[in-house]
Write a protein that binds this ligand. Structure first.
Ligand code: MN
Ligand code: MN
Length: 453
């Protein structure tokens, strides 16, 4: 019997086959990430994967039977994968996996275009918790949808294809930054200055704002849109850079939106590829970064509606099904960062490369705003993970009273469902280019597979 507890470095114990599995799995993840830079794109990429695996669209109220593989696409921004199992729903409940597919970014305002000093700009309103300065001087792409006056929908995507132009937000040269450097970070970077350069040459025969007119003409040629069409558009500026291996040993993956696609992807692969008799509900949610509000977020009653409709269709009492259900709220947590060691408590933070991390609780101060999972539920998961050789660790966000954060766990728990947070540790969380360890995303896949078995 081992008396002492110590975290396990995955690579220290993995054999050759396991390391190959980690590396191969990471290749799939990188492709997924590059195709899925927005919540809409993540949903459409996942629908593609699900359809390939035999999943069919689900309609609320439809008849279902054991063996059915279904998906419910909520407004193109959130997705439910439903795998109906043969176990008794009132006794076993549903195994629920939740991740979110929105990431911090810059949204265009509804009247975004203006011209100043013969440069055309787009005004933005940031989405989620960003450090504003990180979005300056990096290559940006524009992704989104525009509803035209005639009711048709146009998909916009510029900046990611080879040969595409980038977009760009400027920063002040250090030579003139004496004043800026003496300010606090929150004062030095003004959200109203996060204006994206989109054009710099005038239409020759035009009047005032000829650069803006030029930009509009180019947009009109490519997408058939006019300035008024921005009123009914959702366009997101995201980093134009794709994911890539980081480090000589290629053990890390750098990329945009690991939070939380690094949990969404293992949820999807575990759901699509695991043989199980359980009923599995896998949720890809929108709006987590702004509080899970709205009808595509996890506070929407649709989550309960779907569980209840499934229960009724399977001739089970929804109240009993929810009481017997179990959930993993799969969201990223921070990895220990020696560069900023003072914010972490070293015994109780997750470490990159040491497996998927469980946050028993999140919140701030005295665990305020947190779902604090029970010892009994964690005990259940410990056994399930041990049985399948899942390497996992525990992790609190930071030192007590130094900050905090929340996840969607509490919204599931509110439906009387046992829930705990389990996700991949991330370095530089919420930066335009975040870092994760390959061993950890694969460990997440193994954990989710073990959970739904
Ligand atoms: Mn997250
Ligand atoms: Mn986040």
């Amino acid at each position: 019997m081992e008396l002492k507890y110590k975290r396990t470095n995955v690579y220290k114990v993995a054999d050759e086959n396991e390391i190959k599995a980690i590396v191969d799995y990471s290749e799939g993840y990188k492709k997924f990430l590059d195709k899925s830079k927005t919540e809409r794109e993540t949903v459409s990429t996942t629908v593609e994967m699900a359809e390939k695996a035999g999943y069919k669209p689900y309609v609320l109220g439809a008849k279902v039977k054991a063996g059915d593989k279904l998906y419910y696409n909520n407004r193109g921004k959130a997705l439910f994968l439903i795998k109906v199992g043969s176990e008794n729903l009132e006794e076993n409940g549903i195994r629920i996996l939740v991740a979110h597919v929105d990431s911090p970014r810059l949204d265009l305002k509804q009247v975004p275009l203006f011209e100043k000093a013969d440069i055309a700009y787009l005004k933005t309103h940031y989405y989620g918790g960003i450090k504003k300065y990180q979005w300056l001087t990096i290559p940006l792409a524009l992704h989104g949808v525009v509803m035209l006056a005639d009711g048709s929908k146009v998909n916009v995507k510029i900046g990611d294809e080879p040969g595409d132009p980038y977009f760009y937000i400027t920063d002040l040269l250090p030579h003139l930054a004496q004043d800026q450097a003496s300010q606090t970070v929150s004062k030095a970077f003004n959200a109203e200055n996060l204006n994206i350069i989109i054009a710099g040459s005038p239409l020759r025969d035009d009047e005032d704002d000829a650069v803006k007119t030029h930009a509009l003409k180019l947009l009109n040629e490519k997408y058939g849109i006019t300035e008024e069409d921005f009123l009914s558009a959702e366009i997101e500026a995201v980093p134009a850079i794709n994911s890539n291996d980081v480090g000589l040993d290629r053990s890390f993956i750098g990329g945009y939106g690991h939070d939380d696609r690094v949990c969404a992807y293992p949820e999807i692969t575990a759901t699509l590829n695991t043989e199980t008799t359980q009923t599995v509900l896998t949720i890809l949610a929108d709006k987590e970064e702004i509080g899970s509000e709205g009808n595509t977020g996890m506070q929407c009653i649709l989550i309960k509606d779907i569980i209840d409709e499934l229960s009724v269709a399977m001739k089970a009492d929804p109240i009993r099904v929810r009481a017997a259900s179990k959930c993993l709220s799969a969201d990223v947590t921070t990895a220990y960062d020696p560069n900023f060691a003072n914010v972490f408590e070293e015994n109780n933070v997750a470490y990159a490369g040491h497996g998927v991390a469980m946050n028993k609780f999140t919140g701030a101060r005295g665990k305020s705003g947190s779902n604090d999972a029970s010892a009994e539920y964690i005990g259940f998961l410990r056994q399930a993970f041990a049985k399948d050789g899942v390497i996992w660790q525990t992790g609190e966000l930071g030192k007590v009273d130094i900050g905090g954060g929340g996840t969607v766990a509490k919204f599931l728990a509110n439906y009387n469902i046992d829930t705990v947070d389990l996700g991949v540790p991330v370095l530089s969380m919420h930066a335009p280019y975040e870092l994760i360890h390959k061993a950890d995303v694969y460990s997440a896949h193994k954990a989710f597979a073990a959970f739904i078995k």
